[in-house]
Write a protein that binds this ligand. Structure first.
Ligand code: NAD
Ligand code: GLY
Length: 370
């Protein structure tokens, strides 16, 4: 491992503070990172079939008592049924609160496992070992855990922080390219919402990140995690500024709802197009210079990310899209909240967006991309 690695980013939350350890080669000696943090209890690992097949030898190399729940792949696992299965497996193993539940996988595994940890005997130790880029820069950090219910995605859950996050960038080499790009959209988000220098760095280094250059990838994950850690430290329960992390997500969720939350449109792909829409809408509102929006579109095209034209099939019905947007958790008292921007690196929360203006914009998109 080079002298520059690992990079350690702290999430400062008082007695619940923890480290995010980032770099290549960390799975080779997972115990080295885990042991000082979790003590010598048992470890129960939750993972999915794909990741388990690829990395089981690494997991079994842990020199301690481990047990494993291996789940099918996919968003459908964020359910009450699977939560029950994980809890049953934990009871069967006789785990107590000082034992550890370890999430080894992408955001689906992390969200479900974190929620299971939060309710098992009113809360047991929890560790995140994220294996997708999206999970390394977003879902494993900050303590949001959840499952889906018929009323909507992520509507049942808890804020429950892990004891440590271990992000080995080497595991991203087996990630399908589409998933890698979906994760890169969340990396780009951190530049767009509050850090123009990071955006400029991505303009220069983005292609190296996507080519899995260890140095560039580790720096990109670390900068993303640093931004998220600062926002979470200031507003853990999303009473205010944490909502900035939803840049592009309200437009994106509406697209995901239209696409049916399946593999036709991944979450990160929807966020990628959604961020372009948030900037385009900000330009139409006279908030932001058109150059900023054009620069983002050029970056999406240069890095092969999802742009607005790629989601045209889900832009056909402006009324339905607006209806989806009105169901967003950020909205209060019937008013539409959106994350808009004054410039690249200068996003803000607008709690009273004019719905008619949004509908006019959505109708414009439907016509443009028909
Ligand atoms: P995912 O967990 O479904 O993983 C995507 C796919 O990649 C799966 O097929 C998985 O098997 C595969 N995979 C994972 N790691 C791999 C590897 N190293 N090599 C090969 N294949 C690998 O999806 P995701 O994009 O990681 O996460 C999406 C979920 O995250 C959604 O449920 C979303 O709601 C949630 N999320 C949560 C937060 C949060 O703050 N808690 C933030 C963003 C997203
Ligand atoms: N992914 C948004 C958040 O963690 O708040």
């Amino acid at each position: 491992m080079s002298d520059n690695f690992p990079i350690i980013v702290k999430v400062p939350l008082g007695s619940r503070s923890y480290d995010i350890v980032i770099g290549p080669g960390l799975l080779v000696d997972l115990g080295h990172w885990l042991d000082p943090v979790i003590g010598d209890g048992k470890v129960h690992i939750v993972t999915d079939e794909t990741v388990f097949d690829l990395y089981k030898s690494r997991l079994y190399a842990l020199e301690r008592a481990i047990s494993v729940t291996v789940l099918p792949v996919g968003e459908a696992q964020k359910s009450f049924e699977t939560l029950q299965q994980v809890l049953d497996d934990m009871f069967e193993q006789g785990l107590d609160r000082n034992d550890t539940l370890l999430a080894f996988g992408g955001g689906v595994i992390g969200d479900l496992t974190g929620f299971a940890a939060s309710v098992y005997k009113r809360g047991c130790q929890f560790v995140q070992v994220p294996t997708t880029l999206l999970a390394q820069v977003d879902s494993s950090v900050g303590g949001k855990t959840a499952i889906n219910v018929p009323a909507g995605k992520n509507l049942v859950g808890a804020f429950y922080q892990p004891k440590i996050v271990i992000a080995d960038v080497d595991v991203l080499s087996t990630l399908p390219d589409r998933e890698l790009k979906a994760g890169y959209a969340e990396v780009l988000k951190y530049g767009l919402l509050g850090d123009i220098e990071f955006f400029n760095w991505l303009e220069d280094q983005g292609e190296n990140v996507l080519a899995l250059n260890s140095e560039a990838l580790s720096q990109a994950v670390a900068t993303s995690c640093r931004t998220k850690a600062n926002i979470v430290a200031a507003d853990e329960r999303e009473r205010g500024q944490r909502a900035l992390l939803n840049l592009g997500h309200t437009f994106g969720h509406a697209l995901e709802a239209e696409a049916g939350y399946g593999s036709d449109l991944l979450h990160g792909e929807a966020v990628s197009a959604g961020m372009a829409m948030a900037f385009e809408f900000s330009v139409r509102q006279g908030l932001c210079d058109e150059n900023a929006s054009d620069q983002i579109k050029t970056h999406l095209s240069k890095t092969g990310l999802t742009s607005i034209s790629d989601v045209s099939q889900w832009l056909r019905d402006p009324d339905r899209l607006l209806k989806h947007m009105m169901q967003d958790k950020k909205n209060e008292g019937g008013a539409l909240t959106l994350i808009l921007a004054r410039a690249i690196g200068d996003a803000f929360i607008d709690k009273g967006v004019d719905q008619t203006e949004v509908k006019t914009y959505l109708a414009h998109l439907a016509k443009t991309y028909a």
